[in-house]
Each structure stands twice: as structure tokens, then as C-alpha cells.
Ligand binder design. Structure first.
Ligand code: NAD
Length: 291
């Protein structure tokens, strides 16, 4: 099966890697050649870690890069795609543009998945005519290589067959699936994640505790593997600000972004991907201390 992944950032490179690990031929497409270069480096590092952790044999790992091609000409890359998954910036217009190009150039049987965290699948579908029945939300989690869940979201026009194909594809990657039956912004997962982190940001602004203590409290009290602020560093605060801004429009005041969040994004303190968020990171993305 040929899988085209659009966007080679935090999520795109992971989705490309799991697809290639499952034996698919993968093409990663991005507007930025540097992002594609970085993505290939990230995949190689990840494969090395999986071998070290004995989750993959060296032979299995060696076969993966050969299944991943890259390019910037999305239209040309889609012509023989079976599955197209977009993981571009969380901005509706950008999603519309790339899905539109993919639909115009891919075979009429291709399946289209969007990895949006909260944008309406139905609204993206409304820009692609009859192909809307082949569009489904395919929400992977960060990092896609480690996280077991793929949340599938049914848009108003998503067909049963499309949902089934998406399920089969995700199960074939070794993932578990849940289905959000109604296309409501934030789906089953992002609403909860957004509200937990917003409350942590508000507590931080009120001076109730340090970022480290808020994270530690949530980790140890509720058995979360990461606290909400460190997880925000991991996921990228620019993406989170896009998400909560849209969730506020959809669900109201309780998703209003905080001042600290806006300031961090304005200052480029996006988290791990820029080396600093609530914590600092070295060039390999390893946490080295508080910001
Ligand atoms: P990111 O900023 O790391 O990567 C986005 C990539 O899209 C960049 O490489 C950028 O160059 C590329 N891009 C932008 N415009 C493009 C275009 N027109 N054509 C091709 N490529 C383009 O973002 P991310 O964190 O990987 O998020 C991607 C998507 O996944 C978003 O919809 C986000 O909401 C969703 N998501 C993110 C996370 C997370 O933890 N970061 C988790 C689940 C879902």
C-alpha cells in the first residue's frame, strides 16, 4: 500500500515511521525541505532507540528507511496513493489547501485521513465535494511510534466503508482504535487534554505552585506518565494555542487561552521543538532542567 503523509513535523514523521514499520511504501511531503531532512534524522534516531530497547531487530530497522521517500511536490506524490494522511499545521485553511491538492491528484479510491486535534472533519470535507465520503479523522498521539491509540472521527459525510478502511489501516499499524461518532471540536480526547492543561496553566499563573510541582502532583496523584505542562512542551505550545483558540470558539469561555500561554508562544518558547518551554532541552531533545 502506498501511504502519503503530508507534513513532516512532530506528528508527520512519526506517522510515516509507523506506516513504514508496518511494511507500507511511504512518502512524506512538506513545504519545507529542512523539515523533511529533520524528519528523516528523527526517524533514524527513533529506529536506533527501538533496536536498543529490543522492540525491533536490527534487520527490521534497517529495512524501514528504504520504504520512506520524501518530496515537496504534493500533487505529483499523490497520483498513486492508497492512503493520504495530513499532519500539517493546525490551521483550517492550511488543511483545506493540502487536502484539496491531494483529492485533485490522488486516485478516486484513495482514503483521506486528517490528524487534526480538533478541527471539524465535516468542515474540511465541505471543501472537497464528493470526496468528503472518503475523508475521516485519524487522530494519532504523540509520539505516534509509542502511543497505542488512533482516534477515528466520523464527519457528517464520512461513509461506513471509509470508517472501516481507516479502522483496518490503524489496526494494521498495531494500534487500538476508538470512534468519535459525532464531529464535535476536540472529539473524545483533545477536549480533556486541553482543559487539564489550561487548569494547570491557570494554577501556575495564580502562583499555586512551580511548573515542576504541578507536573509532579498530576503524575503521582493520578498516575499520569507526564504532567500537563511537560506534555505541553512535548507537543508544542503553538499547536496547543491554535487548538484552544478554536475550542474556545466552539465550546466557550472554559477554553480561553491564558496570558502565559500567549506570551510563551509570542516568545518562541514552544517547548522541546525550540529547546525551551516550561523546561529546557538539549540539542537531542533531552530535558535538562527548568526554563
Ligand atoms: P508541527 O508544527 O511539528 O509540523 C507541521 C508541519 O507541517 C511542518 O513541518 C510544516 O512545514 C508543515 N506544513 C505547513 N504547511 C504545509 C503545507 N501547506 N504543505 C505541507 N506541509 C506543510 O506540527 P505537529 O505537532 O506535527 O502537528 C501536526 C498536526 O497534528 C496538527 O493538526 C496537530 O493538531 C496534530 N496533532 C499534534 C499533536 C502533537 O502532540 N503535536 C498530537 C496529535 C495531533
Amino acid at each position: 500500500m502506498k501511504v502519503v503523509v503530508i507534513g513532516a513535523g512532530i506528528m508527520g514523521n512519526g506517522i510515516a515511521q509507523v506506516s513504514a514499520m508496518a511494511g507500507h511504501d511511504v512518502v512524506m511531503s512538506d513545504v519545507s525541505p529542512e523539515a523533511l531532512e529533520r524528519a528523516l534524522g528523527t526517524i533514524n534516531t527513533s529506529l536506533g532507540r527501538l533496536v536498543k530497547a529490543e522492540k525491533l531487530t536490527q534487520d527490521e530497522a534497517d529495512a524501514v528507511p528504504g520504504r520512506i521517500n520524501t518530496g515537496t511536490d504534493l500533487a505529483a506524490l499523490c497520483t498513486d496513493a492508497d492512503v493520504v494522511i495530513e499532519a500539517v499545521t493546525e490551521v483550517a485553511e492550511v488543511k483545506h489547501e493540502v487536502i484539496g491538492t491531494a483529492v485533485a491528484n490522488a486516485p478516486s479510491t484513495a482514503l483521506f485521513g486528517t490528524n487534526t486535534s480538533q478541527i471539524s472533519i465535516t468542515s474540511i470535507g465541505a471543501t472537497i465535494g464528493d470526496a468528503a465520503d472518503r475523508l475521516v479523522g485519524m487522530h494519532f498521539f504523540n509520539p505516534p511510534v509509542m502511543m497505542r491509540l488512533v482516534e477515528l472521527i466520523r464527519g457528517l459525510r464520512t461513509s461506513d466503508e471509509t470508517l472501516e478502511r481507516a479502522k483496518e489501516f490503524a489496526l494494521g499499524l498495531g494500534k487500538e482504535v476508538v470512534v468519535c461518532q459525532k464531529d464535535s471540536p476536540g472529539f473524545l480526547t483533545s477536549r480533556i487534554a486541553a482543559i487539564l492543561r489550561l487548569e494547570a496553566l491557570r494554577m501556575y499563573e495564580e502562583g499555586l505552585g512551580s511548573a515542576e510541582d504541578i507536573d509532579k502532583a498530576i503524575r503521582l496523584a493520578f498516575n499520569h506518565p507526564m504532567g500537563p505542562l511537560e506534555l505541553g512542551d512535548f507537543n508544542g505550545y503553538d499547536t496547543y494555542l491554535h487548538a484552544v483558540t478554536a475550542l474556545e470558539k466552539a465550546h466557550g469561555e472554559r477554553f480561553r487561552p491564558t496570558v502565559t500561554l500567549k506570551n510563551m508562544v509570542a516568545a518562541g518558547r514552544l517547548g522541546r521543538k525550540t529547546g525551551v518551554g516550561f523546561y529546557r532541552y538539549d540539542e537531542n531533545g533531552k530535558k535538562i532542567g527548568p526554563a
